[in-house]
Design a protein around this ligand. Structure first.
Ligand code: NAG
Ligand code: NAG
Ligand code: NAG
Ligand code: NAG
Ligand code: NAG
Length: 577
């Protein structure tokens, strides 16, 4: 995504109605008639554009790519109730290179809450390098998000929401001593959970007051209907749907292929979240390890990894030092007067920082330095890294809560017991993930969507889809990808990348990339049980980049840039492209 100013501008502005250009489905004469008609209408009332209207024009963002186009499509607001009227989905396109296009690949950058339009018009060339340039790449702002209308606006403005969360449990995360007994931790976090519950209730009450029924059209099933509608409008009535999506985009992909199994063209999903749990339960199963301190960090030694004391140091020693530091922060938080927002480094914030770093191995050398600085008393780098990069409203909840089944509010004790179970038996970052993946509080969600999908998830598809997963993904574990493979059988082909991080772009692999490109360009699937390895390690000292060709360098840089941009959708780390 672009810089703060542009992102904010994009969030605030309505879609500008560009001068109607000659679209695919309008003849020149029709365009003239439409133009005259629009001009006349504009004199009396704003033109009411019929469902199916597609408009493209130049992009107005100054950092949009040459050749990119911006526009929108008018769709039914509610596919099951025509009286609900119409709404507008914002689109951004990077056309195929050369004379002809094989059609459209829709792109979803994850989140949920990620806007696809600005992504494609600003970072589309990275996507093109990755998936190939035979197709038009189209990013859309999903329901409730970005310039698509209505936007989610539970708070009057986005700064109010950031102020509302600042220094509350929702921002600073859970504080507890990691060396205490589970019973003692339980007492400690229960109090914090009660604070979280009442904050969430306040937020969702505001959503009800400020958005009301408009909130109910933002669920994933509605976005699937939009994809179907958009594919027909852009590529013709018989066109199949092509999609590339990572992280939450894998949820959208699993909904898509199971809601519309006969409409599936080429679909690639990466970093697989568990759609069965997503649609059926209100707690996601978490998995993933403590990958931060893997051996390469130690081979690198103190020069490559500032947490190491010597080359080849025993990893468990470094790990013990970091754990003890984080534990001590519970007893003695570090004051940080020199951060962008002066504050304190607490154990909760430190855990959130480490959990986020696990998603992006490319940041490990920097993250290690930032932790090392904090261990020497300067917590400003950690607090600054945690500063929101982009201000969002409740876009994410608008998706997850519409997808959730309705359920009676669990007690704070229920929530804490569930989290403790995950903490002890699945992931030591269970409590940090509540903060970094803010999906809680749906019991207070005020509306019911027109359509909710709960499976079955085992359809036979018109075309086999490609499913990508890392072996060590801290938020979307390999198990979820194996589940998709089991459920879809021959309709899914799994490619495993043997490495850490969130989605396979986390550490670029030419092997993975060539399979993705072959799949999009001619439908070729990787052989069964294909395992690709990353071509780069987190610590550059032992990487192999010096042997790469210029083309390999270009492709690897595109993948790294794509990963950065996709994870920045979460609004946390700085863009390094
Ligand atoms: C359909 O939409 C109209 C207009 O928003 C609304 O009044 C009506 O209750 C809706 N019908 C159903 C069945 O949701
Ligand atoms: C936990 O760690 C703190 C800080 O290092 C220490 O003071 C305390 O004694 C430890 N408690 C237990 C039960 O080990
Ligand atoms: C972890 O799992 C074990 C075995 O199922 C269970 O006895 C224990 O209570 C779990 N831990 C927590 C905190 O729930
Ligand atoms: C698909 O899943 C449904 C519901 O879980 C189940 O009833 C059905 O038998 C499954 N179909 C196949 C072909 O496995
Ligand atoms: C499919 O595309 C890939 C990459 O573009 C190419 O290497 C492969 O030969 C193609 N396969 C077929 C059957 O055309």
């Amino acid at each position: 995504m672009g810089d703060d100013k542009n992102t904010l501008a994009a969030l605030h502005n309505d879609v500008e109605v560009a001068e109607p250009k000659r679209g695919r489905f309008l003849s020149k004469a029709q365009t003239v008639i439409l133009g005259v008609g629009l001009a006349l209408l504009a004199l009396c009332a704003p033109p009411k554009e019929p469902v199916g209207t597609v408009k493209w024009g130049d992009c107005e963002d100054e950092d949009s790519l040459p050749g990119s186009q911006c526009g929108y499509i008018i769709v039914p607001k509610d596919y099951f109730n025509s009286s609900a009227g119409t709404t507008k989905i914002a689109l951004g396109k990077l056309p195929a290179k050369g004379d002809s296009s094989k059609g459209t690949i829709f792109f979803n950058p994850g989140g949920p809450g990620g806007a696809g339009k600005p992504f494609v018009i600003k970072r589309g060339e990275l996507l093109q390098t990755y998936v190939g340039h035979d197709y038009d790449l189209v990013g859309f702002d999903p329901r409730g998000i970005g310039e698509t209308r209505p936007a989610t606006r539970c708070f009057d403005d986005l700064f109010t929401f950031v102020d509302f969360k600042r220094n509350t449990i929702l921002e600073r995360s859970y504080d507890f001593p990691t060396n205490a007994s589970i019973e003692d931790i339980r007492k400690e976090v229960l109090i914090q959970q009660r604070e979280a519950d009442s904050l969430l209730k306040t937020i969702f009450d505001l959503c009800e007051v400020n958005m009301g029924d408009e909130l109910k059209y933002m669920g994933t099933a509605t976005v699937v209907r939009d994809l179907d509608f958009m594919a027909k409008a852009l590529d013709g009535p018989d066109a199949l749907i092509n999609l590339y999506g990572g992280s939450y985009g894998s949820i959208l992909g699993q909904y898509l292929v199971n809601i519309l199994p006969d409409r599936i063209g080429r679909v690639v999903i990466d970093g697989i979240a568990d759609a069965v749990a997503w649609a059926g339960k209100y707690f996601l199963s978490l998995d993933g390890g403590y990958q931060f301190l893997q051996p390469p960090s130690f081979q690198a030694g103190p020069e490559g990894c500032e947490l190491a004391h010597s080359v080849g140091e025993d990893p468990s020693e470094i790990k013990a030092r970091v754990e003890s530091f984080v534990n001590n922060l519970y007893y003695q938080p570090i004051s940080v007067p020199n951060a962008l927002h002066p504050g304190v480094l607490t154990s909760g914030r430190a855990k959130v920082f480490i959990q986020l770093a696990l998603l992006r191995p490319s940041t490990w050398p920097t993250s290690a330095s930032q932790i090392a600085a904090a261990m020497k008393g300067d917590g400003s780098h950690i607090l600054d890294a945690l500063e929101p990069k982009m201000y969002l409203d409740l876009e994410r909840s608008a998706v997850t809560c519409n997808d959730n089944p309705t359920f009676a509010p669990p007690t704070a004790e229920d929530v804490v017991d569930e989290l403790l179970y995950v903490y002890q038996n699945v992931s030591r970052f269970a409590f940090a993930v509540v903060t970094t993946e803010p999906d809680a509080g749906c019991e207070y969600w005020p509306v019911t969507p027109p359509e909710r999908f709960e499976g079955p998830w085992n359809h036979t598809l018109s075309n086999t889809i490609l499913v990508l997963s890392n072996t060590e993904d801290p938020v979307t574990p390999l198990d979820s990808a194996l589940q998709v493979q089991d459920l879809l059988g021959d309709s899914a082909r799994l490619l495993v990348q043997d490495g850490p991080g969130h989605v396979t772009l986390a550490l670029p692999s030419f092997c993975t990339q060539s399979h993705v490109q072959a799949f999009f360009s001619n439908g070729t699937l990787p052989p069964k049980d294909t395992i690709c390895k990353p071509d780069i390690t987190p610590f550059p000292e032992i990487g192999v980049q010096s042997t790469w060709s210029a083309e390999q360098r270009r492709v690897a840089q595109a993948m790294a840039g794509l990963h950065d941009a996709m994870l920045d959708v979460r609004g946390v780390f700085k863009l390094r492209v």
